[in-house]
Design a protein around this ligand. Structure first.
Ligand SMILES: Cc1ncc(COP(=O)(O)O)c(C=O)c1O
Length: 441
């Protein structure tokens, strides 16, 4: 042990923890967790942020960081920059987790929140994140430094030189000379790509599993598969599998990591654990008698505590908060009447109904069902049953990207006594049926 001279010396060299086989229950698997949550600002992004700016720092005085980030990268950039008088303007679709926004504000980050386009990216739109950053840089040349985590190879390199090498060294210390699987969430893809590239040098057969959120679901810190296309660093062929995890499974696995292993990790780590078991259970079962046991490492990206409001919204019963409705049971979801686009169109012509579009404002603005109102899923989720702002005498139809989120809200409002429906297949099905869409300028 020694005393450190500078906080940046504490970035990296995070612990590798073997996850007890008695808990995961998979024979012939040695599963490890790389605890990136031990970085000084709390996440895997500390390495990427430091790796992207450290060489340029001496020349950056007087300028400001401008970055697309809604959380961990912004936090690390802000703290690293503040010590050198460099501010941060974080541009983001929307920060959906209150604690994350509050922490950034507390640290002095300037946050530019755009309407939210997660389901419907449109780089040509004037309020797309990339477009706003490009316009800001052009308007004020020389004022901003854009590290550009989604395209900067130094993000990948930070994990190639650090995370991957550290895993190899830690395993070598335990007499293990190869890794068969790396599993991690996909945001920029820097951590999975850098780590796996380093480890593949010692085992060319290494397989990388990328973890995304299920379509229409939200897990803070990672993207859904459809949102990966605008990540410049993303190389689809790099991944052996890309596994989509539903938010509810990520939350359950997050709680399991805490209760059974003592790992206080955020929901993307829960998602990575759930995906790891899905992939590794059949892989371990398929081993032949002489094969060596599988060695797998999952990346624990950050800590549990910044996500209390996210967890409260999904598991209110754990917080002893009876005013918040518990999520619908499978039977309640199954009981929701699902309208085809044609049925919704007929119903809309026949009588007065309320159509509620639960997508982000940008997606709504680009294309929505004529006459529908826009109430984002996270706002809707904040209402208690007696606060719901809908007319009880009219049928209520929820609309979302593909019909899952809408089913959730239809089930909850039916429980509260509304005559509620879900549009089957979501806005995509409405569009495919050739029915009219409205655009708001
Ligand atoms: C909590 C969390 N998990 C996972 C990731 C994914 O990491 P990467 O950007 O290296 O793909 C991020 C990225 O921001 C994150 O914040």
């Amino acid at each position: 042990m020694r005393a450190y001279d500078d906080i940046t010396e504490l970035i990296g060299d995070t612990p590798l923890l073997r996850l007890d086989a008695a808990v995961h229950g998979i024979e012939r698997l040695r599963l490890f967790a790389k605890l990136e949550s031990h970085n000084p600002f709390g996440s895997v992004k500390d390495r990427a942020a430091w790796g992207m700016i450290r060489d340029d720092l001496p020349e950056l005085r007087g300028r400001g960081f401008l970055e697309a980030s809604s959380g961990n990268t912004a936090k690390a950039l802000r703290v690293l920059g503040a010590r050198h008088g460099i501010g941060l303007r974080a541009v983001t679709n929307r920060i959906k987790v209150d604690e994350v926004r509050d922490t950034l504000r507390l640290l002095g980050t300037e946050i530019v929140e755009l309407p939210g386009l997660s389901e419907c990216p449109d780089p040509t739109a004037p309020d797309d994140v990339a477009a706003v950053i490009a316009a800001t840089m052009a308007r004020e040349p020389g004022k901003w430094y854009h590290a550009s985590q989604y395209t900067n190879e130094r993000n990948v390199e930070a994990h190639y030189r650090g995370t991957g090498r550290e895993i190899r060294d830690a395993l070598a210390g335990s007499g293990i000379d190869r890794v068969d699987y790396v599993i991690g969430g996909l945001g920029t893809t820097g951590s999975t790509r850098g780590t796996a590239t380093a480890l593949a040098e010692h085992n060319p057969g290494l397989r990388t599993v990328g973890v995304v959120s299920a379509r229409g679901d939200f897990i803070p810190g990672i993207r859904s598969e459809t949102e990966m296309w605008d990540v410049g660093l993303f190389q689809p062929d790099f991944y052996h599998r890309i596994v989509a995890v539903a938010a509810e499974h990520a939350v359950s696995a997050t709680l399991l990591l805490a209760h059974r292993y003592g790992v206080l990790a955020g929901p993307t780590s829960g998602a990575a654990y759930a995906a790891a078991l899905d992939v590794l259970r059949p892989a371990a079962a398929g081993l032949r008698p002489g094969d060596p046991d599988l060695v797998a490492v999952l990346i624990v990206c950050d800590r549990l505590e910044p996500y209390l409001s996210y967890l409260r919204a999904r598991r209110p019963e754990l917080f002893d908060d009876p005013s918040r409705p518990a999520p619908p049971h499978p039977a309640e979801l199954a009981a929701v009447p699902r309208l085809t686009p044609e049925h919704l169109d007929e119903l809309d012509r026949a009588r007065r109904i309320t159509v509620v579009d639960t997508r982000g404002a940008m997606a709504y603005r680009v294309a929505h069902i004529p006459g529908s109102i826009n109430l984002r899923d996270d706002l809707l989720g904040g209402f208690t049953p007696d606060q719901l702002p809908f007319c009880r005498s009219r049928p209520l139809v929820f609309v979302c990207p593909v019909g899952r989120v809408s089913q959730h809200f239809a089930a909850l409002t039916r429980r509260a006594g509304y005559d509620a429906y879900s549009l089957a297949g979501g806005i995509a099905a409405w569009r495919d049926a050739g029915l009219p869409l409205e655009r708001r300028r």
